[in-house]
Design a protein around this ligand. Structure first.
Ligand SMILES: Nc1ncnc2c1ncn2[C@@H]1O[C@H](COP(=O)(O)OP(=O)(O)O)[C@@H](O)[C@H]1O
Ligand SMILES: [Mg+2]
Length: 365
């Protein structure tokens, strides 16, 4: 079976690697021949809106999917072969725009932060009145890993944040004083059958995910998150893997954003669950039965950001599962990750702290 994947970053690479044992072959489209995916599987080199290249990709595979949400939906719609694209482009359209995403959550009764759409300077005044300080100002489109967003505490900084975003359509959100961040990942197959991973607990610094620990055991929150992600999936008759990120506050879960794809907070599922999010995404888009999501004990994932550790040092750590995406180092760039497993959460957290210390990674309080 053959899948075409638009985008060949680390998520694409891990999809291709998950396909190998099942005899599923993945072909990518990306502008960079030596991107992480292109190093492990066939790749067509071209821009995401290169209609000719999209058609070449489509001509050689059974189904298309994507591993990155900032791809032009119009270009995907103009592929002429009528090939299925999963997840559905309607879901991608909502996920690409923070305003549409919030409106979607609200229409389904999913709690969100209060927000005000920002299209001109006078909207800043309304945001201040409605939300109070601090305000999180985010561009509606194209942001990721905390880019194109600012947390502000005063009129002056709100104005300069808006200037910094070049006055693109934006959204102002109230600051959520959360206890922790959690995410849920689910995969939905051809007949609407759905499997859910347990909640993951995520620590971000400067908007970039640093660590994930899973499962986060809370049956009430798990149930809420499952109901909400199901509602989103049903709305789009969704096929594939979907992630929803939440803030956990003393009033429960507040949805932050969704990603219509596999997600960094689910990397632990490669070693830490019976079937990984990557394999289940492939199974879902190909119409195969979905695999068991049961966790194998407790897992921790440490993102390797900016620099890679020395290979000897990393492989010396007992039980550390190292993933090197083979990217060139750059500050704030996700270059790889390590997954650790343990039977108890306590043991796992100790292993995580020790690993971070050994590899000189920022300590998470
Ligand atoms: N309204 C908010 N209140 C508190 N923290 C926030 C808020 N919005 C974003 N953040 C912090 O910034 C991180 C990145 O923001 P997010 O909206 O998820 O954008 P991205 O698309 O860059 O991941 C979040 O995981 C969270 O840690
Ligand atoms: Mg996010």
């Amino acid at each position: 079976m053959k899948i075409g994947i638009i985008g060949a970053g680390q998520l694409g690479r891990m999809l291709a690697l998950a396909g190998y044992p099942l005899g599923i072959s993945c072909t990518f489209l990306d502008s960079d021949k030596s991107s992480p995916g292109g190093l492990v599987s066939a790749i067509h080199v071209g821009a995401f809106d290169d209609i000719k290249k999209l058609n070449v990709l489509a001509s050689d595979v059974e189904v298309l999917t994507y591993e990155f949400e900032n791809i032009p939906v119009e270009a995907l719609k103009s592929i002429d072969s009528g090939i299925p694209i999963y997840p559905q482009l309607e879901a991608l359209t909502s996920a690409q725009d923070r305003l549409l995403e919030k409106q979607l959550f609200q229409s389904l009764g999913i709690p969100t932060a209060d927000y005000v759409p920002i299209d001109n300077s006078s909207d800043l005044e309304s945001a201040k009145k409605k939300l109070g300080w601090p305000i999180v100002l985010k561009a509606r489109r194209l942001g990721y890993d905390g880019r194109s967003q600012h947390v502000v505490n005063s009129d002056i900084s709100l104005q300069s944040a808006w200037d910094d975003l070049d006055h693109v359509p934006s959204i102002a959100e109230s600051w959520i004083n959360f206890e922790r961040e959690l995410s849920i990942i689910a995969s939905r197959g051809a007949e609407g059958e759905t499997v859910y991973y347990p909640l993951s607990e995520n620590v971000h610094e400067n908007g970039i995910l640093r660590t994930t620990v899973a499962p986060y055991d809370d049956s009430i929150l798990q149930n809420n998150a499952q109901n909400w992600i199901s509602a989103i999936m049903e709305k789009f008759n969704y096929r594939g893997t979907l992630t929803v990120e939440f803030f956990h506050t003393n009033e429960g879960l507040i949805a932050n954003e969704m990603a219509p794809r596999v997600h960094n907070s689910g990397h632990w599922t490669i070693e830490g669950a019976e079937t990984s999010q990557f394999e289940n995404h492939l199974r879902a888009v190909l119409g195969l039965p979905l695999g068991d999501t049961k966790p194998r004990g407790c897992s921790a994932m440490l993102n390797l950001i900016g620099t890679m550790p020395n290979l000897t040092a990393a492989t010396k750590i007992p039980g550390a599962h190292l993933h090197d995406y083979c990217k060139s180092p750059r500050p704030n760039r996700k270059l790889g990750h390590i997954t650790l497993l343990s039977n108890t959460r306590e043991n796992l957290l100790k292993k995580l702290q020790d690993t971070m210390k050994t590899l000189n990674r920022t300590s998470i309080s």
